[in-house]
Design a binder for this molecule. Structure first.
Ligand code: FAD
Length: 380
């Protein structure tokens, strides 16, 4: 189906990303995933495409405009390389640029933003702690004011890109318990007292590193507080919106990988004297996968239209995220079944997608938390 919201600029941007992914990413996907990292040049090449510049002024290397459809097209097309650890390796930047761009002082922005947006430096978002990630209002890392510095103590875990990033947006408690006691801080990785270690091997997203961060009397200037004191919870929740939209779009790309791989295998493979694609059970699997893809795509387009109108549809974003992870789980499982033993072999994109379903069902707000938030948005 044609996308009714497509226009010339969006189509051109999607085509540019698609060509880039086909020529510069997909041929290396296996190698980078097995190696557990992407070359730094990839950050810079993707920065040059403008992919980190949405909503960022041209003064800081950004595009000077925002467009949810283009953001989504980037995530979807990138996921079609079949190894979403690769966009994740770049993606710590995607989820931390927003707070820096919106809330940091001019001095910080002048110093770091262009380097981040153009991929010369990395940045990550540090919210989740060893005591838990779902209940953000209860985070324990704390910051106390000492003269004109904040002194931060605590630890973070599961931080995407955390081993390589130069800059961090860190959530810390500056007030009482609960929602209105949390603030955000900009922290340079070379600040004394800051250290990190790799979480090691993961089920999926091999190409991206995931770190634990330790903040031991990390002193940052008072100006490093991002936005207003004790308003961090709301800022974190607002920042989640584009992260979740990007995840829905990425899952859409992964579902398309499952469908495409299934169709080409089923056309090629013969069983019981005819191509697999001629067996009705297989045809129904293809129909079911295709219908789920259409549903998520239509939902995503509707969400992007509202986001562009300035009315962020929070309930729909939450519902789309858990619907997409459930649809992806279905498509990955059905694709694996259609491919049979071939799908079980390492190096097959379906094998990787299958392993990368769960990070989408947990990261950026789990399915359970998404359902909770959606119902709360319904006033219940
Ligand atoms: C690969 C990866 C990358 C990540 N990258 C980042 C990052 O860059 N920055 C960052 O800050 N975080 C990151 N995260 C953390 C992620 O956001 C958290 O894992 C997620 O929010 C869930 O937190 P948790 O793992 O601590 O689970 P918990 O909060 O301990 O929850 C455990 C389980 O219980 C369920 N649960 C919790 N509360 C309820 C409830 N009230 N009702 C029903 N069920 C409930 C949850 O849904 C979950 O299934 C990443 C995670 C992964 C796996």
């Amino acid at each position: 189906m044609n996308n009714p919201f497509e226009n010339e600029e969006r189509a051109a941007f999607r085509e540019t990303v698609r060509r880039f992914v086909e020529t510069e990413v997909t041929p290396h996907a296996d190698e980078w995933d097995e190696a557990g990292e992407v070359p730094w040049a990839l950050h810079e090449k993707v920065g040059a495409l403008g992919a980190f510049g949405f909503g960022v002024s041209e003064k800081y290397g950004g595009l000077g405009f925002d467009d949810c459809f283009m953001r989504a097209a980037f995530s979807e097309e990138f996921a079609m390389c079949g190894a979403t650890g690769i966009p994740a390796a770049l993606g710590g930047r995607g989820i931390s640029i927003g707070p820096i761009e919106k809330l940091a002082s001019e001095e910080i922005k002048d110093r770091v933003l262009e380097d981040i947006v153009l991929g010369r430096k990395g940045s990550s978002l540090g919210i989740t702690e060893p005591s838990g990630g779902s209940d953000v209002a209860r985070l324990k890392t704390n910051a106390r004011l000492d003269g004109n510095h904040w002194v931060i103590n605590g630890s973070k875990t599961f931080i995407t890109g955390g081993m390589k990033s130069d800059y961090f947006v860190i959530g810390a408690r500056t007030g009482d318990e609960g929602l209105f006691g949390v603030s955000l801080f900009f922290v340079d990785a070379d600040t004394p007292g800051f250290s990190r270690s790799s979480l090691g091997k993961k089920m999926g997203w091999w190409a991206s590193d995931t770190a634990a961060l330790y903040l031991d009397d990390v002193r940052v200037p008072a100006e490093n507080m991002l936005g207003d004191q004790n308003m961090g919870f709301i800022q974190i929740m607002q920042n989640f919106n584009y992260e979740r939209i990007a995840m829905v779009a990425g899952m859409l790309g992964m579902m398309k990988v499952c469908l495409n791989e299934s169709i080409s295998w089923a056309q090629e493979r013969e069983t019981f004297g005819k191509p697999l694609i001629k067996h009705q059970v297989i045809r129904h699997k293809i129909a079911d996968m295709s219908a789920k893809i259409d549903q998520i795509e239509a939902y995503l387009n509707q969400i992007c239209w509202h986001a562009n109108e300035g009315e962020m549809p929070v309930a729909e974003i939450c519902k789309a995220k858990f619907s997409a992870s459930k649809a992806l789980e279905f498509c990955a499982s059905e694709a694996m079944q259609i491919l049979g033993g071939a799908g079980y072999l390492r190096g097959n994109p379906v094998e990787r997608v299958y392993r990368e379903v769960k990070v989408n069902a947990i990261g950026g707000g789990s399915e359970e938390i998404m359902r909770d938030l959606a119902v709360r948005q319904m006033g219940l």
